[in-house]
Design a protein around this ligand. Structure first.
Ligand code: ADP
Length: 167
């Protein structure tokens, strides 16, 4: 059986937490499709194309992984691909309620869509795109949290957003 999983998210920007889930998830399936959501409710720092490009660069050496844009509903995307699983990462209890609801709703929309969770590794347990953005915006070192090619533009945009200038 050709096992396909979809790992959805906004990845604004990709962190080593996401990459840990991708690396471990890729070992469980034949094909892992990382689906970059075009979610109009969130105010993104990076465009869809930028989020995709950073992810593609970060996963280029991981076999069986590809990165796609996802415009609509996750279950439709999963159906179109003929995928079997949705992969999600779980950090602390804080993720649980939202993830639990999402998994339940997706199962209501399509009873065949199974959500599989990977628990965060201890290195990346506290890592989130939101905190990485805040730290970068205040001039902190984020090199342990996100790939090097993300950092210059991340710092620049967050400093502009926080009104800190570059000086
Ligand atoms: P969202 O889907 O809320 O926009 P993200 O794009 O940031 O969130 O994350 C996508 C998925 O990756 C979610 O399942 C999230 O819980 C998971 N994730 C994010 N950071 C980590 C981490 N440090 N460890 C494990 N899972 C993570």
């Amino acid at each position: 059986m050709n096992r396909i999983a979809v790992y959805p998210g906004t990845f604004d920007p990709v962190t080593f937490g996401h990459l840990d889930i991708i690396r471990r998830g890729a070992l469980l399936v034949d094909r892992l499709v990382v689906a970059v959501a075009v979610n109009t409710e969130k105010q993104f720092l990076f465009t869809t194309q930028e989020r995709i490009d950073f992810l593609r660069a970060a996963v280029k050496n991981i076999p069986g992984v590809e990165v796609c844009q996802m415009d609509g509903l996750l279950v439709h995307f999963v159906e179109q691909l003929g995928a079997h699983f949705v992969l999600r990462g779980l950090r602390a209890v804080s993720d649980f309620e939202y993830e639990f609801q999402m998994a339940g709703m997706n199962r209501k929309l399509n009873a065949d869509v199974e959500t599989v969770f990977l628990v965060s590794g201890e290195e990346t347990l506290f890592l989130s795109s939101r905190l990485v953005k805040e730290i970068a915006g205040m001039g902190g070192d984020v090199s342990r949290f996100t790939p090097a090619d993300v950092i210059p533009e991340l710092r620049r945009r967050m400093m502009v957003r926080l009104g800190r200038g570059m000086g």
